[in-house]
Write a protein that binds this ligand. Structure first.
Ligand code: ADP
Ligand code: ZN
Length: 213
């Protein structure tokens, strides 16, 4: 399957993407994970992106498009992909459309995870992430078996630098201003699947129904 996952930070895009990869081997492509790995490894990309990320701002479109143009052409993406955290702006969505046309591939849907703001805030402040594999935990609902240690890979489980209260508020504002308009964009493209759901299971179910999987 080839999906764009839309939704505010904390809406559950990453969790849903991971669940969907189990269905048909499509790969999760998370721009946030790619950028965090670049920051951790101290690459040129990481150096350019870090300040934007820590402030809760978006990384410039040109950097993101460069990453995605390469990533979508990797062999594993041929099986299908779940775009998690991309596109994030109207220019990114337009350039993605052109890129996919060039590559001769079509999206199946753009899924909007519509989650109430209170739920989002609660989730983001309690969320923890594995620095190594990106696995997502929650101190209340899904803690790792050993505190601070990833169940999957043994990596360190931490609160992200951009998950301070201030950066979270900023990310939600940026989302409303820059990313929420993508819902209309994909509606006009005839690709929108809007799912009001608080559980990832329900979202996955709605996607399977829509795609007949
Ligand atoms: P969230 O949990 O907020 O959805 P992500 O892990 O997707 O977070 O992204 C973390 C940060 O990485 C964002 O706040 C932003 O700075 C940067 N980022 C990720 N994807 C994009 C993108 N498509 N365009 C611009 N910046 C991005
Ligand atoms: Zn891990």
């Amino acid at each position: 399957m080839r999906l764009v996952l839309l939704g505010a930070p904390g809406a559950g895009k990453g969790t849903v993407a991971k669940m969907l990869t189990e269905i048909d081997g499509s790969v999760q492509i998370s721009t946030g994970d790619i950028l965090r790995a670049a920051v951790r490894d101290g690459t040129e990309l990481g150096k350019k992106a870090k300040a934007y990320m820590d402030a809760g701002d978006l990384v410039p479109d040109e950097l993101i498009m460069g990453i995605m143009r390469e990533r979508l052409q990797q062999p594993d993406a041929a099986k299908g992909f779940l775009l998690d955290g991309f596109p994030r702006t109207i220019p990114q969505a337009e350039q993605l459309k052109t890129l996919l046309e060039e590559l001769g591939i079509q999206l199946d849907a753009a899924v909007n995870l519509d989650v109430p703001r209170e739920v989002i805030l609660e989730r983001l402040t309690t969320r923890r992430t594995c620095v190594q594999c990106g696995e997502i935990y929650n101190v209340k609902s899904k803690p790792p078996k050993v505190e601070g240690v990833c169940d999957k890979c043994g990596g360190q489980v931490v609160q992200r630098d951009d998950e301070t209260e201030e950066a979270i508020a900023k990310r939600l504002d940026v989302y409303n201003e820059k990313t929420a308009p993508l819902v209309d964009f994909y509606e006009k493209e005839g690709l929108l699947l809007n799912v009001s759901a608080t559980s990832s299971d329900e979202v996955v179910k709605a996607i399977r129904e829509r795609l007949g999987l």
